[in-house]
Design a protein around this ligand. Structure first.
Ligand code: ZN
Length: 269
């Protein structure tokens, strides 16, 4: 595999739209069957996206797997599977999951409609390519691996073919920049603000984590997502939005899922 990492020279320009027209991408990850969070993200992002992509984990943990999967089926142009998508559709040995995640996976498997279960089961493994961008769930070689630290990002850059890749799995908004000499860590949006933008330098490599729509774990309970826009001057905007956490929590309790799954939504951990 050819990489863009530390040992590699620049090979490819960032995706270029025909004629340099503005192309807008909505980037989602780790929705985890949280309908209230997804609805708030869609409302906050507004209309006018040319492409919507999803970096996996549509289901698991939350109580609304069917509405979330149906929305993704109807709206996303490219989706890769996450580790929970594998587990909830019977493709993973659940003994590797902690008891709470296992209970969520079993409940989800029992409650997904046959049609939605088939869709989740057939999701492709990442990295997947769209317009020169790559999307993946965990690491480029395994959706169960975490890219959480700079040295892990350094390894991952070596396996990527695109200068701009979007990933998830850690539920931590931010990511990493390979600036040809070292790996920089992108900090999350501050708790006081809803947005933060970074301009994309075509000479650098980017691993961008939009954060988790449905179960943020960076101490900020607001739903997280990202927008990527390119019109010659490409930029990624990280965004956060409040949502009706209480309704999502109530549904988790009513479904008989582990109460911890509701509690953690309130604190974003
Ligand atoms: Zn996840």
């Amino acid at each position: 595999m050819v990489g863009i990492g530390p040992a590699e020279a620049p090979r490819r320009r960032l995706n270029e739209s025909p004629g340099g027209l503005l192309v807008r991408y909505l980037i989602l990850s780790d929705l985890h069957a949280n309908w209230e969070a997804l609805e708030a993200v869609v409302r906050d992002a507004g209309p006018g996206f040319d492409r919507i992509v999803c970096c996996g984990d549509l289901v698991g943990y939350g109580a609304d797997p069917n509405p979330v999967v149906e929305w993704v089926r109807d709206h996303c142009h490219l989706v890769v599977r996450g580790n929970h998508d594998k587990a909830c559709s019977g493709q993973e040995d659940l003994e590797w999951f902690n008891p709470v995640a296992r209970a969520g996976a079993i409940w989800t498997g029992q409650n997904l409609s046959p049609e939605n279960a088939a869709y989740v089961r057939e999701l492709p493994k990442g990295p997947a390519l769209l317009d020169g961008l790559q999307i993946l769930h965990g690491s480029p070689w395994d959706e169960d691996d975490y890219v959480a630290a700079a040295h892990e990002a350094g390894d991952a850059f070596g396996y990527l073919e695109s200068r701009l890749a979007f990933f998830g799995h850690t539920h931590l908004q931010g990511g990493f920049i390979w600036n040809q000499s070292r790996i920089e860590t992108i900090p999350p949006v501050s708790h006081r603000h809803g947005r933060q933008s970074i301009e994309i330098d075509p000479s650098c490599g980017y691993l961008i984590n939009p954060g988790s729509v449905g179960q943020p774990r960076d101490g900020d309970p607001r739903a997280a997502y990202a927008v990527y826009e390119t019109d010659g001057r490409a930029a990624v905007s990280y965004r956060r939005v409040t949502y009706d956490i209480e309704s999502a929590q109530k549904k988790i309790h009513q479904a008989g899922l582990p109460p911890y799954l509701a509690e953690r939504l309130g604190v974003g951990r």
